[in-house]
Design a protein around this ligand. Structure first.
Ligand code: SAH
Ligand code: SF4
Ligand code: F3S
Length: 477
């Protein structure tokens, strides 16, 4: 997904890999002499959630947030390394911040997240672009590193941990609509997809204390939130051992526990890995009305040879079997995907296999990318990035074209249907309209009626559809 520069706030639901959001809307009264921080985030939802943890840690240390980088004493950029383009965008921003430092000496700039972890001290020592380098498992150290850097010490901590889950930290909800929130349930990744930098930037997989997750979700519900999305690189391998009882809580158990908090609290999750998604999870979903009928199940490629080179550990047949299981157990479940075009040695026929599996799976939505070689990954070490850039792009255009058609057709089939919609806020185009999602995660826009407000559930009958949005009318019982 393209990155945009944060001149305006990007609504939460649009935060996706490579996008950005600017600063928190927290109503702190700024006192004279208080130090202000500004944070800008790129990458996946987990990275955005990490920024909320960072905001909480800095708040505890006496910092206050600002939306204006020009005002900040501490400028932080929480970064993503997933594709080369994501890193280029961050570098551009760092150069902008570097200029600000010339105008306001004493301003400190820190790089957080995956690029900090991947490049370690390079941005500090060689490129002299930043004052602080803090990896994803070192955020508790941030206030100390800032204080140290003020005294002339090197502000670096890129140690990865096997235990850190920030379980006890209540994230400060940044840019929140007050209706839906993200909860990280695990960190890191133990898979070794050959194209992917995440295992190197995020470290080993670890699951967070189930009861701290439940407590966070319960508090959110009490604060008026009506939807939580449980986040992990591979949520299906969530596994937490109760230290006293010795019981193991698996993802299906966790889903049920969170769903039990309240029938009006919707539960979503992301991302599922095809090799680990069990029927038990599907049965848990089918058993609770408030667990949304939506699964993000990235296929990456529709060809078994390419999947093998990618080390995804499933083949085309296995993936299709998982989709059949979803259709059998949750007939009205929406499925979305991630797709990479032009992976090492991908032929035209293998690309056709990706198109055909997309057609077969009927994804409601896909994130689609050209393969971008990441230094240090198994693919970069062992495989040649030999598909020409123009071919990658042309294949990408073909899959985007197909996905748009599929989404358009699926959305047309929704016309006349009535969905329960959780109101999230005003639609982007008009204050006369609300927007919200149905269980299948489709965005629905409809005219407001007096008395309705965000956080309420309403029934909406669909009257119009494009490939991106459904429009409808309220059904008042
Ligand atoms: N954990 C998730 C994905 C996390 S990264 C999963 O396994 O599905 C999000 C997406 O970025 C991936 O699904 C993949 O489609 C894409 N991606 C990751 N590395 C990439 C690379 N080197 N080049 C292009 N796309 C990549
Ligand atoms: Fe990367 Fe694979 Fe882990 Fe996803 S499952 S984060 S693609 S290594
Ligand atoms: Fe990017 Fe790191 Fe997430 S590489 S996609 S921010 S885990």
């Amino acid at each position: 997904m393209q990155t945009t520069i944060p001149t305006t706030r990007v609504p939460l639901e649009e935060h996706k890999q490579g996008e950005v959001y600017s600063n928190p809307d927290i109503a702190f009264a700024t006192e004279e002499g208080t130090r202000l921080f500004y944070i800008e985030s790129y990458g996946c939802q987990m990275n955005f959630n990490d920024s909320e943890i960072v905001a909480s840690i800095l708040g505890e240390a006496g910092f206050q947030s600002t939306r204006d980088a020009d005002q900040a004493d501490l400028i932080l950029i929480n970064t993503c390394s997933i594709r080369e383009k994501a890193e280029e965008t961050v570098r551009k921003r760092l150069r902008v911040f570097d200029k600000m430092k010339i105008q306001r000496p004493g301003t400190m700039v820190g790089v957080l997240g995956c690029m900090a972890e991947r490049l370690k001290t390079k941005l500090l020592d060689e490129e002299k672009l930043v004052d602080l380098v803090v990896g994803p498992d070192a955020y508790r150290d941030l206030p100390g590193l800032v204080a140290g850097a003020e005294e002339g010490n090197r502000g670096v901590n890129v140690f990865l941990s096997r235990e850190e889950t920030y379980a006890d930290i209540s994230p400060v909800r940044l840019d929140s609509n007050g209706v839906s929130a993200f909860i990280s349930i695990m960190r890191g990744c133990d898979n070794m997809c050959s194209f992917c930098v995440v295992p190197y930037t995020r470290g080993r997989e670890r699951s967070r204390d189930a009861f701290s997750i439940l407590a966070e979700a319960t508090t959110l519900f009490e604060q008026g939130y009506r939807e939580v999305t449980l986040l992990g690189q591979n949520v299906d391998s969530y596994k937490w051992l109760h230290p006293e009882s010795g019981d193991t809580v698996r993802f299906a158990d966790l889903l049920r526990m969170v769903a039990e908090i309240h029938p009006e609290l919707r539960v979503r999750f992301s991302t599922s890995h095809p090799k680990d998604m069990t029927d038990e999870v599907l049965h848990a979903m089918a058993g609770y009305e408030n667990i949304c009928n939506y699964i993000h199940l990235p296929v990456q490629s529709g060809n078994s040879r390419i999947l093998d080179l990618m080390n995804r550990t499933y083949d085309r047949e296995w993936y299709m079997d998982r989709i059949r299981a979803i259709r059998r157990i949750i007939p009205d479940c929406a499925i979305s995907s991630d797709v990479i075009t032009g992976f090492c040695s991908e032929t035209e026929a293998e690309h056709q296999d990706t198109l055909s599996i997309m057609e077969w799976a009927q994804y409601t939505m896909s994130y689609m990318f050209c393969y971008s070689e990441r230094p240090g990954t198994p693919a970069a070490k062992k495989l040649a990035d030999d598909v020409p850039e123009a071919t990658k792009k042309r294949r990408l255009e073909e899959i985007i074209h197909l996905q748009t058609q599929i989404a358009h057709n699926l959305n047309q089939q929704d016309i006349g249907k009535t969905f329960s919609v959780l109101i999230e806020g005003d639609s982007r185009r008009s204050e006369e309209e609300f927007k919200g999602r149905n269980s299948q995660n489709k965005m629905i826009v409809f005219p407001k009626k007096p008395g309705l407000k965000p956080g309420q559930y309403v029934n909406v009958r669909i009257t119009e559809a494009t490939s991106a949005t459904l429009r409808g009318e309220l059904i008042i019982d």
